[in-house]
Design a protein around this ligand. Structure first.
Ligand code: ADP
Ligand code: PLP
Length: 282
């Protein structure tokens, strides 16, 4: 029998049927990296909210019974990943799930989705932001974008002009809240996007990729799915971030080549072989 044991991630996120985001991105990407992805749906939408109309069914009340069955079955996970959460109740449910399933060997990865471009999302109230800080404190790896990092640390948002020293201190402030490691994504620097990688006590690094194409929904989900799968596979965080950033860039480029409307996200399906190869080599 092989000594290899396949890894599994419990992925808490919404299911948007059309538009490539959240679970419809996470499941194929994590699977391509040879990690089993087990969804915990937070809500079901016909398509993401960037379209003019959508059907939305909140799953909050059903989540505890769903998760309880996993406990009765004595399931365990190498990773628990949380993505978009729609209410304080959902944040509390995720915290409870981490308490129940998070062992020594379980990497808890929190994408503290709260806002972008210096603004919180309309659904995010100040008390949800406070609760998100409690959830962040339970994470091993946290992946805020620059806006979210500012919200978490109480800093005023600036679109650009961040020095490395400022970014290092901001990452350290988030680490001081509990997580071992932090990735601050989407920091603008000229024509580049920088990811600030603070992994444990290692020297902070600033890998950057050239910014391409127009903004598309779901790129954050693509990025955090690759980072999460790489983390449970035991990669160094910086390696996972480099793969994630280069993959997002390739997906945006390919989407532009194929003239995919921006609302439809990125056509990552065209490029899953990149992840399969990276896992073979890694
Ligand atoms: N237009 C882009 N060109 C190249 N890389 C991108 C682009 N947009 C996003 N990325 C990559 O994906 C990462 C996550 O994107 P970001 O927009 O920060 O996520 P979120 O959706 O969480 O705000 C970025 O740090 C960057 O590495
Ligand atoms: C329900 C839902 N989930 C996820 C996303 C994707 O978010 P992001 O672009 O931050 O990855 C969207 C974007 O509109 C959304 O409406």
């Amino acid at each position: 029998m092989s000594e290899y044991r396949q890894k599994k991630i419990a992925m808490i996120n919404d299911l948007s049927g059309y538009g490539r985001c959240s679970l419809t991105v996470a499941i194929p990407i994590i699977s391509a990296m040879k990690v089993q992805c087990c969804p915990v749906p937070t809500s079901i939408l016909s398509n993401h909210t960037g379209f003019p109309v959508y059907f939305f069914d909140d799953y909050t009340e059903k989540m505890p019974s769903y998760i309880e069955k996993w406990k009765e079955l004595d399931l365990s996970f190498d990773g628990i990943v949380s993505g978009f959460l729609g209410s304080e109740a959902q944040i509390a449910i995720v915290m409870d799930m981490i308490r129940k399933f998070g062992g020594e060997e379980t990497r808890v990865i929190i994408d503290p989705i709260m806002g972008d471009h210096g603004q919180t999302y309309a659904t995010f109230t100040p008390s949800m932001c406070r609760r998100m800080k409690d959830l962040v404190s339970m994470g091993d790896i946290v992946t805020p974008n620059l806006t979210e990092a500012c919200i978490l640390t109480g800093r005023p948002f600036r679109k650009k002009g961040w020095t490395r020293e400022e970014l290092k201190t901001m990452a350290a402030d988030i680490q001081a809240m509990g997580p071992e490691s932090v990735v601050i994504t989407g920091v603008n620097q000229g024509g580049y996007l920088v990811n600030v990688v603070a992994e444990g006590r290692r020297e902070v690094t600033f890998p950057k990729t050239i910014r391409v194409g127009q903004e598309r929904p779901g790129t954050g989900d693509v990025f955090s799915s690759v980072v999460a799968a790489a983390a449970v596979r035991g990669w160094d965080l910086e390696e996972g971030v480099r793969l994630a950033a280069s993959f997002v860039k390739k997906c945006i480029r390919r989407s532009e080549e194929l003239d995919i409307p921006a609302a439809n996200g990125v056509c990552f399906e065209e490029l899953l072989d990149v992840l399969v190869r990276a896992v073979h080599q890694g």
